[in-house]
Design a protein around this ligand. Structure first.
Ligand code: GTP
Ligand code: MG
Length: 684
């Protein structure tokens, strides 16, 4: 008996499958084909016609790309399947990354396009790291021709797991008209929007089938000694054994099969569904992978939380137990809410249904506090989070404000909701500039986020470049008197101070010292003098906050009746404001330590890019654990980092990215500094 006799048992119950892959590879089109093929929709829509289930939101239609997760449930041969159509753009990657822990398998839709290999590699790594069984679907075969032969040679570098070709194309002249399934050993001819038809396997196709099948078996035999012996002895392994191995090795993450087709014509789609049905694991294995022992209380993982016009909908997969109306969920942090409505989803269309059982993916309504990526439990005892997917650090920012003042509060609330749905959006309030800065994953991500603000929440906004954190400091010291005296009728105002202003080393900040002797400034007024100085430092002679200086109060005078906290505060401010221009003020700009990761064929371009942006390259290295990738480190002014991601992406076909960390403030003089100061003046 084969060692793996049990592993080939077909999974039962509802499945959940992610459709992932590089940008524009055809995931949404594949979902459409699957839904049409399984009867969930009457006709297959197209991206061009703008009538797909997948890109149903206003923003997705408008941009003709997926900008968020879409879930659609359908039935295939008596089993329920929920497909999660994930955006391919790296800017919306969090919507994909957050769902992966809870899926049984992923179909990775890709193209025969060398330029998209690094992106494919990024996605496959994510799946490999999370141990998600995966099938590659090589799409757009209609655009390929007889020139396409070694599919694996092109695709293999993207995968650390060995790929196995499950199908080879068959041709009529130069056109691909069908395929041979190497496990079934059957030839099929594609029919548009209909199941492929079995044809005789003969001639050239039969020869190619033998060679290709043999290499598929060889790869399988790497993990099956018995099969290896059979191959060595030239014994044809039984078909069941081949299917058993395909199943076991897929589930154990030892191999990644490659299927092919044309999603736009629904060609090759049935084979994908069959592979999922027979070979992919089900909810029981997934729960085991996540450390959930079944039975008992319901455990659900929130794939995505959405705020719709009907309130909050949480798309969740039930990994244990059962949950319906009235179920109260808790997360490890908080109560999540009480379910008021369970829905089956087919994209934007919702259909009310009964309680959800193990393995099902549904939308729960009214879980007011459930956030994307949370693990929820019914009952008092919260289950530990089954997965924690941290968003990638943000790479691009814009400053926004409500067009109309009256919308300020609404804007704040809407932003919070958007950040709960999409944790890769980060909102920062800058107290110094009073700006709301929206950080995200790229231009399109920020654009879509701001579109949602107006489309969904009706808040019109203005957007600007966020301000760079310039500062200024002084190069020499001065002693300066600050006097405030007002004698206008009755009670006057009197404060008089002498400040000793001195530069301090970089990073020292600000310090204040009381050097008054003999009570020439009474003790109780001294904190007010300091406050006045601090006030004056907020806006230096160049227009920026002043740092790295020491101010000592060395002398002054007071008036028994007219002196007050207010008067000394004003005197302190006058002293600093009048003193600073005499101290050779100089601009300081923030310099960050930048680390760029990129496929190594782009390293030279990245180096040039950094040098062109006043970057000081510290060196580059191979990226640890990432074959074919480099890391480039540099110090760069914040002003030059602004839209750096846009250029990095264009130099790396979207695969490169960067992180940054504040390093130090550096003096900036000359033309660039003059321009910054002039721009600041003009803005005031
Ligand atoms: N020739 C051909 N074009 C296809 C096929 N499948 C999809 N397309 C086209 O490829 C483009 C992208 O298709 P989508 O289905 O939106 O791809 P996607 O992977 O969902 O895109 P994102 O979600 O934005 O990453 C559209 O113009 C489709 O019409 C196919 O099988 N053959
Ligand atoms: Mg899509």
């Amino acid at each position: 008996m084969a060692a793996n006799a049990n592993s080939a048992v077909r999974a039962t119950g509802p499945r959940c499958v992610a459709l992932v892959g590089p940008f524009q590879s055809g995931k949404t089109t594949l979902l459409e084909a699957v839904l049409a093929r399984t009867g969930a929709i009457a006709r297959q829509g197209t991206i061009e016609a703008g009538n797909t289930v997948g890109d149903g939101s206003h923003e997705a239609r408008h941009h003709r790309m997926s900008v968020e997760l879409t879930a659609a449930t359908t039935t295939f041969m008596g089993d329920s399947y929920t497909f999660l159509d994930c955006p391919g753009s790296v800017e919306f990657a969090h919507d994909m990354r957050a769902v992966l822990p809870a899926v049984d398998a992923a179909v990775v839709v890709c193209e025969l396009d060398e330029k998209k290999i690094p992106q494919l590699q990024l996605i496959l790594r994510e799946l490999e790291d999370r141990k998600i069984p995966r099938i590659l679907f090589l799409n757009k075969i209609d655009k390929a021709n007889a020139g396409v032969h070694d599919v694996l040679q092109l695709l293999q570098p993207a995968s650390r797991t060995k790929l196995i070709l499950r199908q080879i194309p068959t041709f009529a002249g130069d056109l691909i008209t069908g395929f041979v399934d190497l496990a079934l050993e059957r030839a099929f001819v594609y029919k548009e929007h209909a199941p492929s038809e079995v044809i005789a396997l003969e001639g050239d196709a039969a020869d190619r089938e033998k060679t290709a099948r043999f290499s598929m078996l060889e790869t399988l035999a790497d993990h099956d000694d018995e099969l290896m012996e059979q191959l060595l002895e030239d014994i044809q392994p039984p078909r069941d054994k081949v299917f058993d191995d395909l199943t076991r090795e897929l589930r154990e993450g030892l191999v990644c099969p490659v299927l092919m087709g044309t999603a736009a014509r629904a060609n090759g789609v049935l084979r994908v569904l069959k592979a999922l049905r027979h070979e992919a694991p089900g909810a029981a294995e997934t729960a085991k992978r996540l450390g959930i022992n079944g039975g008992g209380d319901a455990v659900a993982y929130v794939l995505k939380t959405q705020n719709t016009s009907h309130g909050r909908l949480s798309i969740a997969r039930l990994l244990a137990g059962q949950a319906g109306d009235g179920a109260t969920f808790v997360s490890s942090e908080d109560e999540a809410g009480r379910v008021a409505g369970v829905f089956k989803l087919v994209g934007q269309s919702t259909e009310k249904r009964g309680p959800a059982g193990v393995g099902e993916t549904v939308a729960f309504a009214k879980l007011d506090k459930a956030k994307t990526g949370e693990t929820l439990t019914v009952g008092k005892q919260a289950h530990a989070a089954v997965a924690k997917v941290e968003p990638f650090p943000p790479v691009l920012a814009i400053a926004i404000s409500a067009k109309e003042r009256k919308d300020d509060v609404k804007l704040g609330q809407a932003l919070n909701k958007l950040a709960e749905e999409d944790p890769s959006v980060i909102i920062v309030h800058n107290p110094e500039t009073h700006e709301v800065v929206l950080w995200g994953q790229g231009e399109m991500h920020l654009r879509v986020t701001t579109e949602r603000l107006s489309d969904r929440y009706g808040v019109a906004i203005e957007r600007r470049q966020p301000r760079v954190g310039y500062r200024e400091t002084i190069r020499k010291g001065v002693e300066q008197r600050g006097r405030h005296k007002k004698q206008s009728g009755g009670h006057g105002q009197y404060g008089d101070v002498v400040l000793d202003i001195k530069p301090m080393p970089r990073g020292a900040g600000f310090s204040f010292e009381d050097k008054i002797t003999g009570g020439v400034v009474p003790r109780n007024y001294i904190p007010s003098v300091e406050e006045g100085v601090i006030d004056g430092l907020k806006h230096g002679p160049l227009g920026f906050p002043v740092v790295d200086l020491h101010v000592a109060l060395i002398d002054g005078s007071y008036h028994t009746v007219d002196s007050s906290d207010m008067a000394f505060r004003t005197a302190g401010r006058i002293g600093i404001v009048e003193g600073l221009p005499q101290c050779q003020p100089v601009l300081l700009e923030p310099i960050h330590l930048v680390e760029i990761v990129c496929p190594n064929d782009a390293t030279a371009k990245i180096n040039a890019l950094l040098s062109g942006r006043r970057g000081q390259i510290l060196g580059f290295d191979t990226r640890n654990g990432w074959e074919g990738w480099d890391v480039v480190r540099a110090k760069m002014p914040e002003a030059e980092i602004g839209d750096l991601i846009v250029e990095i992406r264009s130099a790396t076909a979207g695969a490169g990215t960067f992180t940054f960390k504040f390093d130090h403030m550096a003096e900036l003089t000359g033309r660039t500094a003059d321009q910054i100061v002039a721009a600041r003046r003009a803005a005031e």
